[in-house]
Design a protein around this ligand. Sequence first.
Ligand SMILES: O=C1O[C@H](CO)[C@@H](O)[C@H](O)[C@H]1O
Length: 305
Amino acid sequence: MSGVQVQSVVGEACRVGEGPVWEGAAGTLLYVDVLAQDVCRWHPHTGTVEKVHLDGTVGCAVPRRGRAGYAVACGTTFGLLDWDERRFTPVAAVDKDRPNNRFNDGKVDPAGRFFAGTMGNETAPAVLERKQGSLYSLDAGSDGSAATATRHFRDVDISNGLDWSLDNATFFYIDSLAYSLFAFKYDVTTGTLSDRRVVYRFEPDEAIPDGQCLDAEGRLWVACYNGGRVIRIDPETGKRLQVVKLPVSKTTSCCFGGPDYSELFVTSACEGLDAAGLEREPQAGNVFKITGLGVKGRAPFEYAG
Ligand SMILES: O=C1O[C@H](CO)[C@@H](O)[C@H](O)[C@H]1O
């Protein structure tokens, strides 16, 4: 019998919860509510959620190496958030020719670069002008030089689902409306991508692929938006290995965490629920914890700037 259990741990609903990151030293879960414009931090021991409200949509927030606060992709600007002072300092702006764009999902690479991608403005979930987005990284300057934003590619619909293979040689990426999980060759020394290929094409009941994370065995866990599930994919074989269903439909992203990284945290959204009665989902927008998967994740990488 499967020992997999799903539990709602943050009962306060997010409009669009995204980008969970486990903070090992503090034992807290960082995530964002994109449309509420909040960076959120959940304390499991007290059950409380602290929030910092920003002056724009928040695509993602990531921890900094050896420094307090977070690097954040807000609106179309990479910046730094001083959590205690609740102050956002812009570092680099992108997509200056696309005023309706916003940042979406992001993650730090094994060398400390902050990758995040953009998308056009949605009129409803997953309804937007196509091919407006790009994938960027924010590379921390060395020896006191300024951080710089680099565009890796254009023509993205909804930039999503980033992670790197255990040997750092492959970058995994999702463009949601391509309904595909892509892999690129990755040069971790230079931070460059090449040779894009499709690893997995999503099934109709898996709906829209959203955020993802790698586990310690090199397999990927993908949250399926409108699919109410996370699925485990072997990128070597392109086979789906496992499905875990959740009690809400708009599952948006996942990360491993907990004291030994054996718990999978899943964010969800309640914004834009459709006319099929889904708005009555009692737990839509909550954060969930899945235990008993029998596999662990790894600690997140931290932005070097
Ligand atoms: O990552 C996301 O995926 C969702 C589905 O593609 C989209 O509706 C959200 O606005 C977006 O943040």
